[in-house]
Design a protein around this ligand. Structure first.
Ligand code: PMP
Length: 411
């Protein structure tokens, strides 16, 4: 199956290059390949499957909705109304009243585009500030806004007017924005990930975030937090920004909104920014009723089963299980928040990113029944994004495999 696909599909595929399996079916935190091998799935659809594969109650709700209405363009529908209510109810009370929702095309990248367009429209400014190491998607502007050079080096003339600043250091940005010799005009938006996911699981420091928020507020620049990966409970609160005590102007969300992989993407934004005219950001697939039904049910299950509490407890468990890796030769750092963890590998002699060791650890883990992801500088960070309802037993088994894989392959 893999070989046949190889011949027919474009060479742009990514995951099967490092994880050479063909998927047949999934259940909870497990996935089975076409040859009958079962894996613990700590890639979980790149962080999409917050309730794991095929959560039965969410599947039932999607199936019910399929019998009613599958696609609704941007007409109001009961499913969309319930989804909107459910999403707004997850915001902190101060934001619940003042935020609006805009339904974007089905991907995170589309919602990033919408956020930037909205801020340009509202401010009348053209430039955007983004951070080194960030990732915001593969569409043209989202790619241009991403720090990861590998994603854009073969595309000439990416979108102009993007200014990159160091992540986790506020002074260079402050200087550029406030010093008359600083060099950049006030931007339309500052776009920030609170934990850089693709960039290698790098949490933003609280002081950095506080300063960026202060600066942007003082200068009247909308702060857009890209919570495509960190959102919907991944870091232990519904959105990661809650842990920083800030109020963003725009929140971008997608991946885990439906809990089980029905595509949907939104921006939640301060109603004061709503300067859009009809048709300003449209798209055929903005009315996925199956995703709406799934998202409502996912939130019901997440509340009922205290899934956010589970994220925090399993996160602490992972921190404890991965702690022995810290200080080992070849391991530069173990980092994470909630259920988003990464182990950065470096050559013990040169200190350079240990890309091959990371790739070997990933392959080792796969052979022992665990699917993990890579990211960060030259893909030297081994990453996990478990389902948020993963059990302590599965975490235990997975951590044993991961620690063995890294111990065997690093250095
Ligand atoms: N923003 C962030 C923070 C992401 O992690 C991703 C996907 N990895 C995206 C945007 C793009 O989302 P999508 O792949 O659905 O376009």
């Amino acid at each position: 199956l893999l070989a046949r696909q190889e011949l027919r599909e474009s060479s742009a595929r990514t995951y099967p290059r490092h994880l050479p399996i063909a998927l047949a079916e999934g259940s909870g935190s497990f996935v089975r390949d076409v040859d009958g091998n079962v894996f613990i799935d700590f890639l979980a659809g790149a962080g999409v499957l917050s309730l794991g594969h095929n959560h039965p109650e969410v599947v039932a709700s999607v199936t019910r909705q399929l019998g009613l209405l599958a696609h609704g363009l941007d007409f109001p529908t009961p499913a969309k109304d319930a989804f909107t209510e459910a999403q707004l109810s997850m915001l902190p009370p101060e934001l619940r009243e003042k935020m609006k929702i805009h339904f974007c095309g089905p991907t995170g990248a589309n919602a990033v585009e919408a956020a930037v367009k909205l801020c340009k429209t509202a401010t009348g400014r053209g430039d955007v500030v983004s951070f080194q190491g960030g990732f915001h998607g593969s569409t043209h502007a989202a790619m241009a806004l991403s720090g990861l050079v590998s994603a854009k080096r073969n595309v000439p003339n990416t979108m102009p007017g993007v200014h990159f600043f160091p992540y986790n250091r506020a002074e260079p940005l402050e200087q550029a924005l406030t010093d008359s010799l600083g060099g950049i005009p006030p931007p339309a938006a500052v776009l920030l990930e609170l934990v850089q996911g693709e960039g290698g699981v790098v949490p933003a420091g609280p002081e950095f975030v506080r300063r960026v928020r202060e600066l942007t507020r003082d200068l009247g620049v909308p702060l857009v937090v890209d919570e495509v990966q960190t959102g919907c409970g991944r870091t232990g609160t519904w959105f990661a920004f809650e842990q920083y005590g800030i109020e963003p102007d725009v929140v971008v969300a997608s991946k885990a909104l439906s809990g089980i992989g029905m595509p949907v993407a939104v921006i939640l934004y301060d109603a004061a920014l709503d300067t859009w005219e009809a048709g300003a950001h449209i798209g055929t697939f903005r009315g996925n009723q199956l995703a709406f039904a799934a998202g409502v049910e996912a939130i019901r299950v997440i509340r009922r089963d205290d899934v956010l509490g589970n994220v925090r407890r399993r996160g602490e468990q992972i921190a404890g299980r991965l702690a022995p890796l810290t200080g080992r030769p070849g391991v530069r750092e173990v980092r994470g928040r909630g259920l988003m963890w990464g182990v950065e590998l470096a050559d013990p002699v040169t200190g350079r990113p240990a890309t091959e060791a990371a790739s070997a650890a990933q392959a080792h883990a796969l052979r022992h029944g665990l699917i993990v992801e890579l990211g960060g500088r030259d893909d030297c960070v081994v990453r996990i994004l478990p389902p948020l309802n993963v059990t302590a037993e599965v975490v235990d088994t997975a951590c044993s495999i991961l620690v063995d894989a890294i111990t065997a392959r690093a250095a």
